[in-house]
Design a protein. Structure first.
Length: 411
């Protein structure tokens, strides 16, 4: 819906609500719900100028009431038009007063906004009553009472709408925040293998250059070896450029920010439950935080827990439980991840952290998994000078991760 269409709909809604009214004392002077709608639009719609809104609304109300009265009565058209003209004047004055006071700039101030709406409503109603020559002490009391009620109702509805909008914005922000943290933790995990590959690149370049040195008597092989060394050197420079870029990106995040364990738990729980739903499994997932401290290097924690939880979900065939507990001892932050999966064969436990080792195969294709998840975890734990232990039996598996407090806790 473009701006013109939106404004047209707004005017039509106010005009329609203007026909919900009652006559308190005079058959000519009435109070309608259209003013409440007009107030709400003034409070919520910033791109609609107050005076333009009042002119368009006043004209629309005038036309509608003129047409209704023209079809419903035998009065001549001029009399009908004159009798309905004060309605147009009311909305016109309302818009001008709202523009002059500029209460929209301070609408978060409850008392000032309600007082502004009340004052404008009373002023415009008094003006309309004077034009209609209906003003008396009883009508004046009604004008004051209705002005107060309409200002309270208008601001109340505005607060409710704004609260709902804030809830939606908060959810969207939370969603983007979760996605960003998940993305960065995944990048960090892959970075460990990029770093490992640098050793392979150095090794290939060294072997190529050694081949060049040892084959000087054979010009063809000698030149090919030198070309290979040059190409690998170029690859090495590009590789380091990418690696340094990622490292700078992650360093900036983890240097400038910190996160509490409860926030980490909230994100991990959401990601894990979505993963469980995608796998169509019935898993009771729980995470308990016993020390809600703020930590740095929290992407490392994300990577460790995400990989251990993913393995636990995959290990459970249809239904079961996964339980994560965090606590601290004298020197370490400790995480335990336990599940009710089928367990790991005792003879295989010494090899599970080796790169490429896996016991998982796709049921449909028979293709094995990459086997890098637990090696990622081991690399991160080692980098943080921590330790990881695993116990397993046929009833399930428990991983226990120890990370020194001095490497994570904000001092």
């Amino acid at each position: 819906m473009n701006k013109l269409q939106k404004h047209f709909v707004i005017i039509m809604v106010i005009t329609a609500l203007g026909e919900l009214y009652f006559y308190p004392l005079s058959e000519n002077f009435r109070f309608s719900a259209g003013v409440v709608a007009f107030n709400i639009v003034l409070l919520l719609v910033d791109d609609f100028n107050e005076i333009k809104l009042s002119i368009y609304t006043g004209f629309s109300v005038l036309v509608l009431r003129f047409l209704i009265e023209n079809f419903a009565s035998d009065y001549n058209m001029l009399d009908i038009f004159i009798s309905k003209l004060p309605s147009f004047v009311y909305y016109l004055l309302y818009g001008i007063a709202a523009y002059i006071i500029s209460f929209r700039k301070n609408r978060e101030n409850l008392l000032r906004t309600i007082l502004s709406l009340f004052s404008i409503d009373v002023l415009c109603n008094l003006t309309e009553a004077i034009i209609r020559q209906d003003l008396n002490s009883d009508l004046f009391k009604f004008i004051v009472l209705i002005g107060f009620i309409r200002s309270i109702v208008s601001f109340g509805i505005y607060i409710i709408v704004e609260s709902q909008k804030n809830i939606i914005r908060k959810k969207e922000h939370q969603k983007r925040y979760i996605q960003l943290n998940t993305l960065v933790s995944n990048i960090q995990a892959e970075l460990f293998y990029l770093k490992k590959s640098t050793q392979d690149i150095e090794s290939v370049m060294s072997m190529s250059y050694s081949l060049y040195e040892s084959t000087k008597e054979n010009e063809n092989i000698n030149q090919d070896a030198l070309n290979i060394a040059r190409e690998v050197h170029e690859i090495k420079k590009d590789y380091y450029r990418v690696l340094n870029g990622f490292e700078s990106f992650l360093k900036e995040f983890e240097t400038n920010e910190s996160m509490s364990f409860k926030d980490i738990a909230f994100i991990i729980e959401g990601n894990s439950k979505r993963y469980i739903e995608e796998r169509m499994k019935d898993i009771d997932f729980s995470i308990a935080i016993n020390n809600n401290i703020y930590i740095k290097k929290y992407y490392s924690v994300f990577t460790i827990l995400n990989n251990l939880i993913t393995n636990a979900i995959d290990a459970i065939k249809k239904s079961g439980y996964i339980k994560i507990v965090q606590y601290t001892d004298d020197d370490n932050i400790v995480f335990t991840v336990s599940d009710s999966g089928g367990g790991i064969d005792e003879q295989l436990i010494p090899y599970i952290f080796n790169p490429g080792f896996t016991t998982k195969f796709d049921d449909k294709t028979g293709v094995s998994s990459t086997g890098i998840g637990l090696s990622h975890v081991k690399n991160i734990v080692d980098e943080l000078q921590g330790d990881i232990k695993v116990t397993s039996n046929k009833k399930g598996t428990e991983f226990k991760v120890y990370i020194p407090l001095k490497y994570l806790k904000i001092q």
